[in-house]
Design a binder for this molecule. Structure first.
Ligand code: BG6
Length: 489
């Protein structure tokens, strides 16, 4: 179903995110027939470049980003898509270009949906918001999209929220966390709230503990200067893992609508207890010189500018949610770069049956629900059955396995990727999958003391091998609780 007519202005239109994510996503929606004929996309950046030059730049970018097969089958569409693009050289901090933009957008008489995508560093949010206001480019139909990082800590996030709130209503502000646009992440809500099977058991009485793992095999190459000021806690934990935690732990919202869903997520974040220093492990991938890595890999410190950097590329922690549903159930979260595989998985470990009627020799097996977010999206439920054969009543585990690709075939391959989904939601005016200002602030309020603790204690991350599952201390964190991490694969 096509979205309504819109104008989309991408500030930072020549940047990495625009080339790698935003424009490929728009191109795919174009090919799916979802962009109306007259939808317009305007790239805006400081560089002097005409619309033709911009189209050439984006043609190259799309050819790099899309697979050969996609380009081969969609070659004609590519030119039609490029014809939608315009370019304007604009300076966020000066007067240049703004009058031309106003004219291009057909203002003041246009009443189309107008989206301003701030694909720029947060330092430019305030000047851009100010310019849009001064040049009267915004009305009720205007939406602002902002990317992470949304702030560096609570104070800066509050300042950004204040700046945006000075010019736009909260209902116009779309803070992106691209994990919320992932198909299986949304499926988490469908699994929990569309099935009778899980919800009655979804609490501390039946759940022993929950593990959330977002492992990446890539390092920080190419983004070292941003990453070294950020680290895994700010880059991944404060947002993506926190959002996954919210979706797993929240109460059922009354409706699948933006404020109902976001209100429930906020309650989870606010119920998080401060993390004890001994419940958190930081790591940094190393090379052979540090005594931990393999010599064919560059270590983290060799990749970033500061050879003595103490920024973490890995973090694992134990969190507790102080509310009626989850009191006493630990949530173990971990994320890191240069790990053994790219794998995002949520594991819900159920408790043992309270009493075994089969006697100690039969063995005891608890249920485990595994939700794989990427790759190979799917769900597996480990159930206990009798071992087949004449050997008496011995118990074994078997998986009830549903790989979405197998179950749904082509439907899942055709599913929009996160950015496609999120950008169409912006145009449609649906904020459910975007973070509200108070959510982001609450997430920082929980994160800040953890980082402050490291700084005041002079904490140095533990080295771990590239291609491993992370530092040994993360295993200790589990072993102290007589548990272990589920393997990364
Ligand atoms: C980004 C982080 O938000 O998410 C990156 O800044 C990370 O460091 C990326 O690599 C992971 O996203 P995905 O979709 O590849 O899991």
């Amino acid at each position: 179903i096509p979205v309504q007519a819109f104008d989309l202005v991408i500030f930072g239109g020549t940047g990495d995110l625009a080339r790698r994510k935003i424009l490929p996503a728009l191109f795919r929606r174009h090919c799916a027939g979802q962009l109306p004929q007259d939808a317009r996309i305007v790239g805006a950046a400081r560089r002097a470049l005409g619309s033709d030059g911009y189209r050439d730049l984006i043609r190259d970018a799309l050819q790099n980003e899309l697979s050969g097969a996609e380009i081969a089958t969609r070659g004609e569409e590519l030119e039609r898509f490029l014809a939608r693009l315009e370019y304007l050289a604009i300076d966020a901090e000066a007067r240049d270009g703004w009058a031309a933009l106003k004219q291009m957008l057909g203002l003041p008489s246009s009443n189309r949906v107008r989206v301003f995508y701030f694909s720029v560093g947060p330092a430019l949010f305030a000047p851009l918001a100010e310019q849009i206001w001064t040049h009267q480019l915004a009305d009720d139909q205007t939406r602002i999209v902002v990317e992470k990082p949304f702030g560096h800590d609570l104070a800066s996030a509050k300042a950004l929220n204040r700046t945006l709130a000075g010019h736009f209503d909260e209902s116009q502000i779309y803070r992106i966390d691209h994990y919320l646009g992932k198909e299986t992440v949304q499926n988490l809500m469908a699994i929990r709230f569309g099935n009778m099977l899980f919800e009655p058991l979804w609490n501390s009485q039946y759940v022993d503990h929950i593990q959330i793992t977002v492992a990446e095999s890539v390092g920080v190459d190419g983004r070292a200067s941003y990453y070294d000021k950020s680290g895994a806690m700010r880059d991944m934990m404060q947002n993506h893992l926190m959002q996954l935690l919210c979706l797993i732990a929240m109460e059922p919202p009354a409706k699948f609508d933006p404020d109902a869903v976001r209100g429930e997520k906020l309650k989870v974040i606010r119920a998080l207890e401060p993390v004890e220093p001994h419940h958190i492990v930081r790591g940094q991938y190393a090379s052979a010189e540090d005594g931990a890595g393999r010599d064919d890999d560059q270590s983290y410190r060799e990749t970033v500018e500061d050879p003595r950097s103490t920024t973490e590329s890995y973090v694992a922690l134990k969190a507790h949610i102080s509310n009626w549903r989850w009191a006493g159930t630990p949530f173990y979260l971990r994320t890191g770069k240069r790990l053994v595989a790219r794998s995002s998985v949520i594991n819900v470990f159920f408790k043992d049956a309270p009493h075994s009627i089969f006697g100690a020799d039969a063995g005891r097996h608890a249920n485990l629900l595994t939700i794989r977010l990427q790759p190979n999206e799917g769900i597996t439920l480990k159930v206990t059955i009798k071992e087949p054969g004449p050997g008496g009543m011995r118990l074994i585990d078997v998986p009830l396995d549903m790989s979405f690709a197998q179950a749904l075939g082509a439907d899942i391959d055709g599913a929009p990727d996160a950015y496609e989904r999120l950008i169409t939601d912006v145009i449609r005016g649906n904020q459910t999958l975007f973070m509200r200002g108070d959510e982001v602030e609450a997430a920082w309020a929980w994160t800040d003391p953890i980082i402050a603790g490291w700084t005041s204690r002079g904490d140095v991350p533990k080295p771990y091998d590239s291609g491993s599952t992370g530092p040994g201390d993360a295993d200790l964190l589990m072993r102290r609780d007589e548990r272990e991490w589920r393997g990364i694969n």
